[in-house]
Design a protein around this ligand. Structure first.
Ligand SMILES: [Zn+2]
Length: 275
């Protein structure tokens, strides 16, 4: 089992998940001063071994801008820059490996048509990190998350955000009474992921909140589900271990498993549940 000790990557995970830029991004912004955003450049396919085969199997384009990216989707302006070549190549390999784990029915349900690899993703000018647009069917992956958080964190972020896309199209992202009913009587979620941006420990795995993987999961049912999904797919042994000792988490994992099977199939590496 991979080590799940809380640490720097978890803190960065929280920072970036909450839209907070790592300190060097702030420093860069200050050093660079206020600048007018460069006009968006054209997009080119991400190249590498097996890219065509994976793209056509899943019906997904992998793209990168020649220099800069900007697009208005879902009422927001998504922007970013082309990553430097070594980071782009690391991210290409990691992203393709993770996305290739999805069976085609899940990709279709998520409405995922395009993966754009960027550096320094912003939403309406505010630092955001890896995110998605349901309107464009686009997953925006940010190499800064990989650079600052490491591979394990990056893998979890990709699946966390992809799950939000799945949940949106499944119609359960806003309200999910079946999921909510698994929590202990009287439990109420918080005010959503953004409400925890002043608590840098929220994303760290902990046993402190029975029924939940971490405090971030208590912020909203949509974050709770995305955390169960991304944890189960990236560290299945850890997820099974937690659910063996926590009946609520076990029920959540089982419901997630049932839903994935109803939606078409589970991703590669998904934990096998007994019984
Ligand atoms: Zn989320």
């Amino acid at each position: 089992m991979q080590s799940m000790s809380p640490g720097w990557s978890q803190l960065v995970r929280l920072m970036t998940g909450m839209g907070l830029a790592p300190f060097w991004a702030w420093a860069g912004g200050i050093a660079g001063g206020a600048t007018t955003p460069a006009p968006p450049s054209s997009m080119v396919p991400v190249t590498g071994p097996d890219m065509d085969r994976i793209s056509s199997r899943l019906g997904i384009r992998f793209e990168v801008p020649v220099t800069t990216y900007s697009s208005s989707d879902d009422g927001w302006t998504y922007a970013g820059k082309r990553p430097p070549t070594p980071l782009l190549e690391s991210m290409r390999r990691l992203t393709v490996n993770e996305i290739a784990r999805y069976p085609r029915p899940l990709v279709k349900l998520a409405g995922l048509k395009r993966v754009v690899i960027l550096r320094g993703i912003t939403l309406d000018g505010a630092s955001r990190g890896t995110t998605y647009s349901t309107e464009q069917g686009t997953l925006y992956v940010d190499v800064d998350d990989l650079y600052t958080g490491g591979q394990e964190y990056m893998r979890q972020v990709i699946h966390h955000e992809t799950f939000h896309m799945l949940d949106t199209f499944a119609g359960t992202v806003e309200a999910d009474p079946v999921w909510n009913a698994l929590n202990r009587k009287g439990f109420k979620y918080g005010k959503g992921g953004e409400s925890m941006q002043d608590d840098p420990s929220a994303g760290v795995y902990t046993l402190k909140y029975p029924g939940f993987l971490n405090r971030y999961s208590t912020s909203g049912q949509e974050e709770d589900k995305a955390e169960v999904f991304s944890t189960a797919i990236t560290v299945p042994g850890y997820m099974l271990q937690r659910s063996r000792k926590d009946p609520v988490l076990a029920k959540k994992l089982r419901l997630m498993d049932q839903r994935l099977k109803q939606w078409g199939a589970v991703p590669k590496g998904w934990p096998q549940l007994k019984g």
